[in-house]
Design a protein around this ligand. Structure first.
Ligand SMILES: [Cu+2]
Length: 147
């Protein structure tokens, strides 16, 4: 009698645990993901091949890429995929992070208000390290390596 009560109690505890688990799974909320920038999938954000065209996504006032690799002495098309509804972004290139006006190499003529895409044509750059940012949100910035 005592033994069966113990077994029954154990079954109840297990049932409670599994119900608790399934409740957690059924919240309808998306699973919590580790930040992509610090996860093991670092390879997409650190390019290894210089390109003449790249798409950069603006979402929640952040770029998805912090490092770009451009081909030297070639016109490069940067497609800004602005996924922030009602928020404008643009893409400016500077010689350094001080980004004072005289250091600006490629000033964007217009911005793009999301959700929408816009191509920015970057004039040929010599090999070296440059800086990019959204002029509207300077915290959206990163490094361009040209080689
Ligand atoms: Cu912006």
């Amino acid at each position: 009698m005592r033994r069966s009560f113990t077994v029954l109690a154990l079954v109840c505890v297990l049932a409670a645990i599994s119900v608790g688990c399934s409740k957690q799974r059924d919240t309808g909320l998306p699973a919590i993901q580790p930040p992509s920038s610090t996860s093991a999938s670092a390879s997409p954000s650190v390019p290894t091949t210089p390109v003449t065209a790249v798409t950069i996504v603006a979402k929640t006032i952040q770029w998805d890429l912090k490092q770009l690799l451009f081909k030297a002495n070639a016109t490069v098309t940067v497609t800004v995929d602005n996924q922030d509804a009602g928020i404008p972004h643009d893409f400016g290139v500077y010689s350094n992070a001080a980004r004072t006006p005289d250091k600006e190499i490629d000033k964007p003529a217009t911005d793009v208000t999301g959700p929408a895409k816009k191509d920015y044509t970057i004039k040929p750059l010599k090999a070296g390290t440059y800086y990019f940012q959204c002029d509207i949100h300077p915290s959206m910035n990163g490094t361009i390596t040209v080689k």
